[in-house]
Design a protein around this ligand. Structure first.
Ligand code: COA
Length: 333
C-alpha cells in the first residue's frame, strides 16, 4: 500500500499582533431611543452600553476588515505575503457566496492565501483563533490571519426595543503564527442546538422574497434566556479553559469575554471568582455588541488604556447564536 507522507508544523503557536477598526459614526443612547420606548438610564443599567459605533455606507465589511488586518500585520511585523490562510468570522457579509475572505486576502496582497468565512456568530473569533493555532501546529499554514467583522446595523431593527440598543459594527484581526513557547491554550468549545432559536435572523431569505412587502430579516433575540445561559453556563466553560491551560484565576492578567452585556461580564467574573488584580475588558460601554469583532476590539482598547500589555495572560471566551461558544487562554502579543 502506498504510504501518504504527513507533515507537522511549529511546536507552538501564538498571536503575533492584533488590529482593530472602529467605524466613524458614534451613536449615543439618546439617538437609539428616538425609535424605541426606552431611556439612556435603562440601557446603561441593563447592558452597560453608553454608545455604539455604526458603519457608514463606505465602511463595508471588506473595508473594515482590510483596515483591521493591515494594522494587525503592521503590529506583528508580518508581511501580507507570509499569510497562508485568511479566516473571516462574520454573520453580516450579505452574500451567500463567495466568501468575503478571498477578496480580503487579495486586497491585502497575500500570495493567494487559502481564504474562507466561518459562521459561528459572536463565538466566531475564538473559533478562528483555535483553527489558526491548529493549522500552525499541524503545518498546514505558517501564518494565519483571523478576522472578526460585523455590520450588525444592517441586520438590526431600530424599532425593536429588545435588540436596537445592543448591536453594533466594527472589525478586529489577529495574526497567528509559530512560537517558541505555548501562546494559545487548548480550546474549550461546543454548541447547544436545542437553543437554536434564541438568537436568529427573523426568517429565511426565501420567505422574505415571497412576502408581499419584503423586509430585511432582522436579528431577533430572546434576551432573558440568552442572559441566563451566558451568565451561568459560560463561566463554567471559562473555568474549563483555565484548567486545560493549567492557569489559575490568580495567574490571569486579563479577562476578555465577548462584549455582549456588561452584566453578563460581571456575572461570569463573579462565578469564576476572578481576583481584583485581573483586568476586565469593558469595551461594550463605548462600542456596543459587535459579535465576532468584539474580542479583538476589546483587547485593542485594553492596550490603548494601559490595561493590557505584551506578555499578559488573558482568558478569552466567546458565545452567541447557535448557541455556539469557544474559550481559550492566550498570551497577548
Ligand atoms: C436584552 C436585555 C438587556 C434585556 O434585559 P432584561 O433584564 O432581560 O429585560 P426583560 O426582557 O426581562 O424586560 C424587563 C423589563 O424591561 C422592559 N424593557 C425591555 N426592553 C426595554 C428597553 N429597551 N427599554 C426599556 N425597557 C425595556 C420590559 O418591558 C420589562 O418590563 P416589565 O418588567 O414592566 O414587564 C438582556 O436580556 C440581555 O442583555 N440579554 C442578553 C443579550 C445578549 O447578550 N445578547 C447577545 C448574546 S451574543
Amino acid at each position: 500500500m502506498t504510504a501518504i507522507k504527513s507533515e507537522s508544523g511549529a511546536q507552538h503557536a501564538r498571536i503575533h499582533g492584533i488590529g482593530a477598526y472602529r467605524p466613524s459614526r458614534v451613536i449615543p443612547n439618546s439617538e437609539v431611543i428616538e425609535a424605541i420606548d426606552s431611556s439612556d438610564e435603562w440601557i446603561q443599567q441593563r447592558s452597560g452600553i453608553k454608545q455604539r459605533r455604526w458603519a457608514t455606507p463606505e465602511e463595508t465589511v471588506l473595508f473594515m476588515s482590510v483596515e483591521a488586518a493591515k494594522q494587525a500585520l503592521e503590529r506583528s511585523g508580518v508581511d501580507a505575503r507570509q499569510i497562508d490562510c485568511v479566516i473571516v468570522a462574520t454573520v453580516s457579509h450579505m452574500f451567500q457566496t463567495p466568501a468575503i475572505a478571498t477578496k480580503i486576502a487579495y486586497d491585502l496582497g497575500t500570495d493567494q492565501a487559502a481564504a474562507f468565512d466561518i459562521s459561528a456568530a459572536c463565538a466566531g473569533f475564538c473559533h478562528g483563533v483555535s483553527l489558526a493555532s491548529d493549522m500552525v501546529r499541524s503545518g498546514s499554514a505558517g501564518y494565519v490571519l483571523v478576522i472578526g467583522v460585523e455590520r450588525l446595523s444592517d441586520l438590526t431593527d431600530v424599532g425593536d426595543r429588545g435588540t436596537a440598543f445592543i448591536f453594533a459594527d466594527g472589525a478586529g484581526a489577529a495574526v497567528v503564527g509559530p512560537s517558541d513557547t505555548p501562546g494559545i491554550g487548548p480550546v474549550v468549545w461546543g454548541s447547544d442546538g436545542e437553543q437554536y432559536d434564541l438568537i436568529s435572523q427573523r426568517e429565511d431569505w426565501r420567505d422574505v422574497i415571497a412576502a408581499e412587502h419584503p423586509e430585511m430579516p432582522h436579528l431577533v433575540m430572546q434576551g432573558n434566556p440568552v442572559f441566563r445561559w451566558a451568565s451561568y453556563v459560560m463561566a463554567k466553560i471559562g473555568q474549563q479553559a483555565l484548567d486545560r491551560a493549567g492557569v489559575r484565576a490568580e495567574d490571569l492578567d486579563c479577562f476578555v469575554p465577548h462584549q455582549a452585556n456588561m452584566r453578563i461580564t460581571d456575572a461570569m467574573a463573579r462565578s469564576m471568582k476572578l481576583p481584583e488584580t485581573v483586568k476586565i475588558a469593558r469595551d461594550i460601554a463605548e462600542q456596543g455588541n459587535t459579535s465576532a469583532a468584539s474580542i479583538p476590539l476589546a483587547i485593542d482598547r485594553m492596550y490603548a488604556e494601559g490595561e493590557a500589555k505584551s506578555g499578559d495572560v488573558a482568558l478569552l471566551i466567546a458565545f452567541g447564536a447557535g448557541l455556539a461558544y469557544a474559550a481559550q487562554v492566550v498570551v497577548l502579543p
